[in-house]
Design a binder for this molecule. Structure first.
Ligand SMILES: [Zn+2]
Ligand SMILES: [Zn+2]
Length: 179
């Protein structure tokens, strides 16, 4: 793990008064932590991730909201073409003050600090498609020869005979003679 990314994603809030409605803008570009993605697509480790967030005092903690923008690299699930694009994701997360009642997986303010990495992870990883596509109507690959059907939409194997039809064709003369 890049030691920098963990530290870069710590936001300190000692200058943020606990009065509800008080807010601070938190804008940073950080190095992407490792494993920020799923099998088919993800954010390359150490690539720049832009966070444009607002930290706001709320009753029970700090409400963090805004946008994260990152580079996504992966493969089209149908045609295996490389994917490489910038995408923005909304981020919304409540960090509870210490001692507040919250669900088991809730995030907490610790020592006047917010560790934004889990929020970043939720914002991006939970939104990634399990089957990313190079375009919504990607035609994929020919199941017989692997040709990219996007490059050659009229691609066919017209001469090849499906083995099931070949079997029927072989039976046909027998049927005729029985009739
Ligand atoms: Zn594709
Ligand atoms: Zn083919």
């Amino acid at each position: 793990m890049s030691p920098a990314s963990g530290i870069q994603l710590i936001a300190t809030i000692h200058e943020l008064p606990r009065r509800p409605g008080e807010l601070r803008v938190w804008r940073r570009t950080v190095d992407a932590p490792p494993d920020l993605g799923i099998d088919m697509i993800g954010v390359p480790e150490d690539s720049p991730v832009d966070l444009d967030l607002t930290l706001e005092s709320a009753g029970d903690g700090i409400w963090v909201s805004g946008t994260v923008t990152a580079r996504l690299v992966g493969e089209c699930a149908r045609c295996l073409a490389p994917l490489d694009e910038q995408r923005s994701f909304p981020l919304q997360e409540l960090y509870y003050y210490p001692g507040k009642d919250a669900e088991e997986d809730a995030l907490f303010v610790t020592d006047e600090q917010l560790d934004l990495e889990p929020a970043l992870r939720d914002a991006i990883v939970l939104e990634l498609p399990f089957s990313p596509l190079c375009r919504p109507d990607c035609k994929g690959l020919c199941p017989e020869c692997g040709a990219n059907l996007n490059d050659d939409p009229s691609h066919t194997h017209g001469d090849a005979v499906d083995p099931r039809w070949a079997a029927l064709a072989a039976l046909k003369p027998a049927d005729d003679s029985a009739a």
